[in-house]
Structures are given as structure tokens and as C-alpha cells.
Design a protein around this ligand. Sequence first.
Ligand code: NAD
Ligand code: UGA
Length: 434
Amino acid sequence: MQVVMIGAGYVGLVSGACFAEFGALVCCVDKDAEKIAALQRGSIPIYEPGLDELVERNASAGRLTFSTDLAHAIGTADLVFIAVGTPTRRGDGYADLKYVYAAAEEVAAHLCGYTVIVDKSTVPVGTAREVQRVIHKANPDAEFDVASNPEFLREGSAISDFMRPDRVILGVESPRAEALLRELYRPLNLIEAPILVTNLESAEITKYAANAFLATKISFINEISQLCEKTGADVHAVARGMGLDGRIGRKFLHAGPGYGGSCFPKDTVALIRMAQEHGVSSRIVESVVEVNASQKARMVSKIRDALGGSVADKTIAILGLTFKPETDDMREAPSLAILPALADRGALLRAHDPAGMEEARHHLPAITHYATSIDEAVSGADAVVLMTEWNQYRGLDLAHIRSQMNGNVFVDLRNVYERSLMERHGFSYTCVGR
Ligand code: NAD
Ligand code: UGA
């Protein structure tokens, strides 16, 4: 089976490498010539655990190639996936589909023989049908079907999410296209991964509904965390007590600084716009977005209060910048909202992150010093703020950290540590909802 993956980003590169691992012949095409040159040299442009080995193995076996030349790649492909970005459109919050439609037009020009064009990007309802129209208009003789196959992988665990998915959603309306997609995903039959076939619209809405629901769980527990703080309850105990109810489930009930990343923020806003466009309300998701923004703002006050009411001239060591651990992705990371607000109030910020510092430098001029080690970050600091729960920060040598610091304030925005332990080490400890 021959597959072309348009877009070699977080989703395209992982999906392409995993399809190659399943045995398909995959060509990842990207218009970013530098990215493709790096991949051809064997260098992986993103940080995603295990991806380097997976790419190396499949590239060496000749199943995975990289190119900027779509015309050549399409050749006799059976399936062409579109996995380009769908960022928030500047000004109005809609998903910007310009990359998707540009890719569709490029595909149309080069189709040769029956091909299935598959939307893997997260796209508003109606996009697959529009892609169908775009291709048909550009190349009326082309023999093709369009399908929607949204992706549910998480950054940081992308390969295992792809290889062992909770489900695969196939929005596909022609038996011929369905057969090809089922054949591509056949290796998942072994683990009995459910494959759900729907129409195009249901597949597209499922993706947004799933992301918005997960974001709702996070905003819900973040709101409950405030009530816990005011009343002496522990949000961990509450989340566990709730989550043990099988109807609720324990996952995605960790209180923290608010959700970030390349998807929840943009997809919740895009869902609201999509609902408006279709004349229906989305009041729950609107509240989820509002609660998330206020949670980030609340973290700024929390840090200020922990430092006695002002951060002016205080040196704060920031541990973790990325929106979650095990990724270098800084898109919509809570740090991007919280750190400039601290700097505006006069804080001096020294930051450390295992993978995100290079990217952070482009977005966070608020940081006065990027430290190459945890020690360097905390040395002389008045306070430490644990922003992202990287493994490196889960087992800190607390006595040593305390001895390196000037002050004793520790603000744990991910609830990694226990208060009693921190107080034993002489920290003035603040966390979220406990
Ligand atoms: P990304 O920005 O990392 O990668 C997109 C890539 O597409 C870029 O390398 C860009 O150069 C390339 N591109 C754009 N137009 C092109 C064209 N016409 N031809 C060839 N290449 C082109 O984006 P991403 O994070 O991989 O997200 C892609 C889509 O998948 C988005 O819709 C996103 O919402 C969705 N998604 C992302 C994740 C995630 O964890 N990042 C998970 C599930 C779904
Ligand atoms: C999320 C979804 O989990 C994926 O299923 C989806 O495919 C992807 O978006 C997407 O559409 O791109 P991702 O953004 O990589 O994946 O990471 P998550 O693990 O979902 O975390 C998102 C944010 O929520 C992070 O900032 C994380 O710290 C935060 N979070 C997560 C919490 O604050 N509490 C939780 O309990 C869980």
C-alpha cells in the first residue's frame, strides 16, 4: 500500500512513521525544505520520545521517505493524507483552512488513477466535502474519494497513542475508500482497536467534541480546585473520589495552571465559532475557555501571594516551560501567559526546561536567563515555580534545592509534591487546590 502524508509536523511525521511501521510505503511531503533536508539526513525536527528510532528503522528499511516534491510523491499512491496545520485564524477564532485547501489543490493537479484523499488535520464540519469540491473543480476527470480520519494522539506519547489507539474514526462514504483505509489500519485488528465508520460530518465533529470534552474536564476540576482552596478540601482526593465513578473516569482531572498546547485552546475556540456559524449555542465550551483563561491569571496571583504580595525584584526560578512534559512544543503553553505577567510586575525570571528552551527563546523575552541545569536556575532564587511536570522535576533533591536558594518559596502548579514533605524541607509551599 502506498501512502503520501502531506505535512511532516507532529501529526504527519508520527502518523507517517507509524503507517510505515505497519508495513505501508510512506512518503512524507512537506513544503518546508529545511525540515525535509533534516529528515533526509536522519535528523528529527521535533522532540517526541521514540520517534527518532521509529523513523530511522523505517527509513533504513526503505518504507519511509521524505520529499518536497508532491507531484513525484503522489505517483501511484493509494491514499494521500492531509496533515497540515489548522491554526486559529487571526482576528476571528475560526480554524484557518488555507493550508488544507492549498494542499487539496496541489493534490488535485497530480492525481493519477483512483486515490483516496484523507483529512487527518483537525478541520471544521463540512471541510471534507469542500475538499471534495475543490479537487473536483480543479481536476474534473480525477478518480477519487475524500475521507476524514481525525487523529487523537497526544504529544509526548504520540507513538503509543497511534499504535494502540482507543479507537480509529473513519468518516468515509464509499466502500472502495473504506476498504483501503481498513486495509491500512489492519495491523490494529490484532489489538482489537475499535474502528468506527461514520459519515464525513460525524467524523469531523467527533474530533472537536472529544477535545472540547477533555478540556471541559480540565476546566471543571480547575474550577473545583478554587473551591477546595477556600474550604480546606484537597482537589486530589476530590478528583479521585469523582474519578473512581466509572461514568466519570479518573483521567483529565488533574488541576493545574490551565490547559495549553497546539490543540485544546484552538479547537475549543474553533468549536464555538463553528456553532455560531450554524446558529447553535455552545455555552459550555465558552465557559471552558473562560475558566481556562482565568485559571492562568489566577496562577499569577498565586505566585504573587506566595511571595508576600509582590514579585517586584524577586528572582523566580521557573522549572518547565512547555505546555506538558515530553515535548518541545510551546504552542499556547501556560508559561506564555503567566511569565510575561510576572515580568511586567518586576520579577526576574530564570528558566529551565529539558526540551523547550530553544523554542521558548522566540516567544518569551520576559525570561532574563535560560539556565542549562536545574541548579543554575534555582541558585540564589527567592522562589521556585514548578510549571511543567517533567520527570526531572518530580524527584528533586529538595534539601539541595533549598540550600541553593536565597528564599524558601516553592509554588507547585502541577501538584507534584506533598505539603508535609515540602514543609519538612523548610519550604513555604503553595500548590493548586490543596
Ligand atoms: P505542525 O505545524 O507541526 O505541522 C504541519 C506541517 O504541514 C508543517 O511542517 C508545514 O510546513 C506543513 N505544510 C503546510 N502546508 C503544506 C503543504 N501545502 N504541503 C506540504 N506541507 C505543508 O502541525 P501538527 O501539530 O502536526 O498539526 C497538524 C494537524 O493535526 C492540525 O490540524 C492539528 O489540529 C491536528 N492534530 C494535532 C495533534 C498534535 O498533537 N499536534 C494531535 C491531533 C491532531
Ligand atoms: C490533546 C488530546 O489529549 C489528544 O487526544 C488530541 O489528539 C490532541 O490534543 C490534539 O488534538 O492535538 P495534547 O494537547 O498533546 O493532546 O496533550 P494533553 O495530554 O491532552 O494535554 C493538553 C493540556 O492539558 C496540557 O497543557 C496539560 O498539562 C493539560 N492537562 C491535561 C491538565 O491540565 N490536566 C489534565 O488532567 C490533563
